[in-house]
Design a protein around this ligand. Structure first.
Ligand code: ZN
Length: 61
């Protein structure tokens, strides 16, 4: 199995999901058009690692 799981497109607007990171253990995925970049509000919960953050994002509707 590959661990190269990537974020699905944004569930609200279809733009790319972008991985963001803060510090060593806060990772989340947000829409490429999140906030000031385009006023989409889609953002995942912060998780401890990239894999969980992507999983969280990919479950969003
Ligand atoms: Zn979006």
């Amino acid at each position: 199995m590959s661990d190269a799981v990537s974020p699905k497109p944004c569930p609200r607007c279809g733009a790319a999901g972008e991985i963001r990171k803060a510090g060593s253990n806060r990772v989340w995925v947000q829409c490429a058009k999140f906030g000031k970049d385009g006023n989409c509000s889609a953002i995942s919960r912060p998780e401890a690692n990239k894999k969980d953050a992507i999983a969280s994002w990919n479950r969003m509707k």
